[in-house]
Design a protein around this ligand. Structure first.
Ligand SMILES: O=P(O)(O)OC[C@H]1O[C@H](OP(=O)(O)OP(=O)(O)O)[C@H](O)[C@@H]1O
Ligand code: HPA
Length: 179
């Protein structure tokens, strides 16, 4: 797997430090609010697992599976809900956890849906933000790293379902997805 990586963008240590910082900020923000923390499957699962262990407040979690990339590197523009929440968000403070905001299509669709379901508040935390690629007007409420317009994998992020288990975030060699 390492041979397919052009460059390590974020090391395990850099990620761990950032996740700790975000955990502290979110603990202060959501103290006494018993937030419903929503993991957007599948990419966010690694970030979510680390983040909630850096949040020293009561919270609940639930999962939603959506997909817009299929097996490619460009959003199809169609955000499919593959698995919905088991919990009602009505009157709950909702924190959506994502691995990356790229075109913004996935999160704008999700935020709209959760607001429509009458959540008390909806905020988004993303580990990575690629603002150069934005196709809709959305900004994450909390973001770990702003990254350049490169296709990245690892720490949950995949290309065609591969590389999610890399412990760091690396830039994928373009020849891997152009061949
Ligand atoms: O801002 P966007 O352009 O919408 O891109 C971000 C979304 O794309 C990826 O999901 P993907 O559809 O690849 O599914 P996955 O989480 O299962 O990898 C990623 O995990 C985000 O959910
Ligand atoms: O750079 C990326 N890598 C993996 N999945 C993604 N989904 C949107 N952007 C990316």
């Amino acid at each position: 797997m390492r041979d397919d990586i052009k460059e390590i963008l974020l090391s395990e240590e850099e990620i761990a430090e950032k996740v700790k910082e975000l955990g502290t900020i979110l603990s202060n923000e959501y103290r006494d609010k018993n937030p419903l923390v929503i993991c957007v499957l599948r990419g966010a699962v690694v970030f979510m697992a680390d983040l909630i262990r850096e949040m020293d407040i009561p919270c609940e979690m639930d999962f939603m599976a959506v997909s817009s990339y299929g097996s490619g590197t460009e959003s199809t523009g169609v955000v499919k809900i593959l698995k919905d929440l088991d919990t009602s968000v009505q009157n709950r403070h909702v924190l959506v956890v994502e691995d990356i905001m790229d075109s913004g299509l996935t999160l704008s669709r999700l935020v709209e849906l959760l607001r429509h379901r009458e959540a008390a508040s909806v905020k988004v935390v993303t580990l990575l933000n690629k603002p150069e690629r934005r196709k809709v007007d959305i900004t994450p409420d909390y973001s770990g790293f702003t990254i350049p317009d490169e296709f990245v994998v690892g720490y949950g992020l995949d290309y065609a379902e591969k590389y999610r288990n890399l412990p760091y975030i690396g830039i994928l060699k373009p020849e891997v997805y152009t061949k």
